[in-house]
Design a protein. Sequence first.
Length: 283
Amino acid sequence: MTNPTITYGHGFFTDCDSLTNWTEMSSPTLTSTGLTVLYNDIFKLTGTASAAGQYTYWEYDLTNISSDTFTKFLVRYKTSASSTGLGAKVELVFTSGTQTILDTSFSTVWKVASGTITEGKTIDKIRLYAVSDAASSGEYVLYDFILLCKGTFTFPQCDDVSIDLTNVYADLTPPTRVGDVTQYLAMNSPIIRLTGKIDVDTSNWGSPYGEYLLYIWREACSDPWQWFTSDLINCKVTPRTFHISQNSDSKALRVWSCELRKYDKSSGAETTWSGKQYYGFES
C-alpha cells in the first residue's frame, strides 16, 4: 500500500468558485473566449482557435507571497480534448520573472499536477490559460483548484485506509397508520479513516511526524481543506480527529488513528458521475 499524503499550510488557494478579481488578458489570440463557474466550484475556460499557438489567460493578484515559505503547488485540471486542441497551462508571475507550473497539458479525466516553486521569489500573480496546439472549436479547459502551500506530509507506516458512507433517515409514524414512513434526509459527508503503528525507536515520531500532525490539525480551523491522496481515494478533506496511544506490549510502539471528513463545495445534486466525477476515484 502506498502511504497516504496530505497537504498543509495554505499560502493561496482557490476553489474556482468565484470570478471576482479574475481578469482576462487584454488581447487574447483565441476568439469567443469565456470564463464561467460550473457546479459552484469549477472554472471553465473556453475559446476558439484557428491555429496552434493561440491562447488566453485569466489573471489573479496574489498580493505578494514568498516562495521560501510556500514552496509547493498543486493544480487539478481536466480538458475536453484528449491530446490536441485546447490545453491547460498555469503560470506564476513573480515580481521578477515567471514560472510555468503546468505546461500545456491534456487529460480527459481529472489530473493533479504538483511540484516545487522556484525559491527566493515573491509570487505576485497567477494565470490560468487555455492554449491551442491545433485549430479547435467548442473545446474547453476545466480547473478544480489551485493550491500554493508549505508542503505535503506523508502518513508514516499506515496500515489501513477506509471510507464510511452514512445515509441519514427519519422514521415517521403518522397518526392513524400502522407502520413507519421512512424519510431520506440525504447523506453525511464521507469519513476517511486511517490507522497505523510507529516504532519510536526506529522512526522520528516526535520530530518531524508529531510536529507536522499537530500543525495540520491545529491549522484546520483556518485552512478550509487539504488535498489528500491514497490508493483508495484522492479528494479534498478537513481533518477531524487524531488519536495516538502507547501499546501495552511495547514501550516503543505507538498506535495511531485519524479521521478526515471529505470536503465538497458543491451540493450533492451537482456532484454527479456525469458532471464533476469528483468522488475522488480519479487523480
